[in-house]
Design a protein around this ligand. Structure first.
Ligand SMILES: Cc1cc2nc3c(=O)[nH]c(=O)nc-3n(C[C@H](O)[C@H](O)[C@H](O)COP(=O)(O)O)c2cc1C
Length: 207
């Protein structure tokens, strides 16, 4: 089975008609905006599965995102209470998009280098669907050569970078690093996920 064609069976089993999106939330102040992203995606008919890094949980509660998404939020890679499935593999199948918003400098580094030390970063390696990240950080963190090299590496592997904007940052400084607006992120994510879903449905119909 190729990385491009797997997953249609799982979608049929899930019985949903909208795109299936996994949203990773990491530890930046912009994490509070992930609530708006979840609402925007679910209002458009997407099925949204949130996973949070330990850092992300410091900024917004899993309860908020669970309530808005209507799905369990994954916070711990070692929690097998919901069944014997290896969760990062089970969820990765039949996915139309993996979106990380906000994406910290830390998670960008992990994804770029294949470090899999929590659920979110392990999940990334198991995902075969398109991936998009919305970086959010202080301007100096964003402009640091390490971050820029990680961004270049991710881009070269096909990860869509939803570019941060210029503005006043939460730290009080001005510059690039402010997460793209939630509406822009939702729009980009839906376009990518719907394209993937259409391709999957076409492949299923012709098989
Ligand atoms: C108040 C506060 C705000 C932070 N904001 C950001 C941020 O916007 N972007 C970022 O990359 N890191 C930020 N950090 C640092 C990250 O939380 C830290 O690097 C953490 O290890 C990220 O973990 P994660 O990527 O697993 O969520 C912030 C830290 C604190 C204490």
């Amino acid at each position: 089975m190729s990385r491009q064609t797997e997953g249609s069976d799982t979608r049929k089993q899930a019985g949903s008609s909208g795109p299936r999106i996994a949203l990773g939330v990491t530890g930046g102040i912009a994490a509070y905006k992930s609530a708006e992203i979840v609402r925007g995606l679910t209002r458009s008919g997407a099925e949204v599965h949130v996973m949070m890094s330990a850092g992300g949980q410091k900024f917004i509660t899993p309860l908020t995102l669970q309530t808005l998404s209507g799905q369990d939020v994954i916070t711990d890679q070692w929690d097998l209470a919901r069944g014997p499935d290896i969760q990062h593999i089970a969820l990765a199948r039949g996915l139309d998009l993996f979106l990380v918003a906000p994406a910290t400098a830390d998670v960008l580094a992990k994804l770029a280098h294949g470090i899999a030390d929590d659920f979110l970063s392990t999940f990334y390696l198991a995902v075969t669907a398109p991936v998009a990240v919305a970086p959010a950080m202080n301007v100096w963190m964003w402009e640091h050569p390490a971050t820029q090299a990680n961004i270049a590496l991710l881009k070269s592997r096909g990860v869509r970078i939803i570019e941060p904007g210029v503005g006043e940052l939460a730290c009080g400084e001005e510059g690039v690093g402010r997460m793209a607006e939630p509406e822009t992120i939702v729009e980009t994510a839906l376009a990518m996920a719907k394209k993937k879903l259409r391709g999957r449905l076409r492949a299923a119909a012709s098989s």
